[in-house]
Design a protein around this ligand. Sequence first.
Ligand code: SAM
Length: 233
Amino acid sequence: MAPFNTTQGKGKLSIVATPIGNLEDITLRALRTLKECDVVYAEDTRVVAKLLARYEIKKPLQRLDAAKELEKAKTIVERLEAGEHVVFVSDAGTPGIADPGARLVAFVREHAPKVKIEAIPGASALTAALSIAGVDASEFIFLGFLPHKKGRQTTLKKIATGEYTVVLYESPHRILKLLQELDTVGIQRVTIARELTKVHEEVLVGTPVELAKDLEARGAARGEFVVIVSVVE
Ligand code: SAM
């Protein structure tokens, strides 16, 4: 089979989803792409190094974090123009979903419009959480991480209207604070998906106060959390 770039004389950018915990959650296509590419740009090279080691893949690794996304994008465009196959992976899950990736893709699309940009889909905490939450996710709003300051209260009040199922990401440092805030705006029922695909994966349902108490009592306000506030029926 002819190499992918003979027709265009241009390289290819593959945006590859990686596991969100369990290293087996990676597609065959993602593994093939990682084996075939010339270079892997990663949000954190140490994280991707573990994944590559698990599958015995050896590749040159370069860092591309949110702070350097545009600066590195220029170098990537040069490499793509020279015909290289570049992979980008974020630390976990799907790049661009509350992670770097979007600015790189937009930059490449603008400055190297002939370059093929392909999605190699896979895990995301968003879809994994909804798949076992037992809430109707035929319609929902994903807000990612709530803003820390400006707009936080307004957004919380909008969530409290109960009009839409809302999915949030939260860090362990702020999960108890978020539950307290959800209680303050009057939310009665929350679903938390914690440590998805990992040994301590669990789904908890209750009032924000019940869930906060439970997490605190078990010392479980650690790890990673997806918080779902479902429609009030
Ligand atoms: N790009 C990722 C994705 O596709 O889901 C999200 C990256 S974002 C920086 C990290 C947040 O995603 C965490 O703070 C948590 O809210 C959520 N998350 C990631 N992995 C998770 C897991 N294994 N279990 C629960 N939530 C997770």
